[in-house]
Unconditional design. Structure first.
Length: 202
């Protein structure tokens, strides 16, 4: 499959996808993109704006995974505003734009991932899988999430073990945060497997 992996981070969602796919990853932070390339040397890594890349290239792939920025949707926003007195921010419209664009203007199978937000869900059609919401062109089977770890407290060694991603010898600022940003590799595989079954059935 030709897969487009947008807002790639270090590739948590991609970690169990194996090497049989032709994967293009887009990440705008050059240091994170370099770490991704070291972890997944066979993937094509593009340092650039994933949002623009989606609209320009969505029809060149067999499957698209997108993880647009979640900071302004997360429940941490409530803590920042109500607990620490930060000024509230507009929730980023990129999530809405991509969901509506892909559902209406693209024939490519896709999944768009985001956090469970602090507000009542405003964008119809989300499927909750483990700890995230997904808007997808297909139904994602239920997933049993047995993970017990506390993501707020967990440190680099446990995160690496949890994700099966070894950053030893890879230089990237704020390793703990990039590891915490990872979608569970098992969930990434669960969703790609569902997309592949869907492609065979179509
Ligand atoms: C939550 S992380 C992605 C996690 C990834 N899906 C995984 O499972 O590892 C979001 C990433 O998107 C990147 N990013 C944010 N805005 C971007 C943009 N406009 N274009 C490309 N990358 C972007 C951030 O630097 C960050 O690494």
């Amino acid at each position: 499959m030709r897969i487009l992996n947008l807002y790639a981070g270090i590739g948590g969602n991609r970690a169990q996808w194996g090497e049989e796919h032709e994967i293009t990853a887009v990440e705008f932070d050059p240091k994170i993109a370099a770490a991704y390339q070291q972890l997944w040397p066979n993937d094509t890594v593009i340092v650039g704006d994933a949002h623009q890349y989606l609209i320009d290239h969505h029809d060149e792939f067999d499957f698209i995974w997108s993880s647009p920025p979640c900071q302004t949707h997360t429940r941490m926003q409530l803590l920042r505003v109500k607990g620490y007195g930060d000024a509230p921010k507009f929730p980023s419209g990129m999530l809405f734009e991509e969901v509506v664009f892909m559902a209406n203007w693209s024939d490519t199978p896709y999944v768009i991932e985001n956090v469970i937000p602090y507000y009542k869900q405003q964008i119809a059609g989300a499927q909750k899988i483990a700890r995230h919401l997904y808007w997808a062109s297909f139904e994602i089977p239920a997933y049993d999430d047995h993970r017990q770890e506390n993501l707020r407290a967990i440190q680099i060694p446990e995160l690496q073990k949890l994700h099966g991603i070894d950053l030893t010898g890879i230089s990237v600022p704020n390793k703990r945060q990039v590891l915490r940003n990872c979608v569970s590799p098992r969930v990434g595989k669960h969703i790609l497997d569902a997309a592949m079954r869907e492609a065979v059935a179509a």
